[in-house]
Design a protein around this ligand. Structure first.
Ligand SMILES: [Zn+2]
Length: 93
């Protein structure tokens, strides 16, 4: 019962407008870029719990960074990939 009630009021839990969006986003991005300290993690949790734009921005930026990270590793892999393909071909032979 309580769980259902929480779910329906979930969007109301966060502010729909950020009082200081540019500052918030800057902080979120610096945390995502790895400048994370124990205090910034606390600030982050607090912001994401209270602030809908920050919550959305954080997850969007996180996804973008993951895609970029994957692209970068893929570009660095080809030598290894070529080796493993070579090995596979030799195994077939
Ligand atoms: Zn915010």
């Amino acid at each position: 019962m309580d769980k259902n009630r929480n779910k329906s009021s979930e969007s109301g839990k966060r502010k729909l407008n950020c009082s200081d969006e540019s500052k918030c986003f800057e902080l979120l991005e610096s945390i995502l870029d790895g400048e994370e300290t124990s205090s910034s993690k606390e600030i982050l949790d607090e912001k994401l719990a209270k602030c809908q734009p920050c919550f959305e921005h954080y997850h969007l930026e996180k996804v973008i960074r993951e895609i970029l990270k994957n692209k970068c590793t893929k570009q660095m892999v080809p030598a290894e990939l070529a080796d493993s393909i070579r090995q596979k071909i030799q195994e077939i032979k």
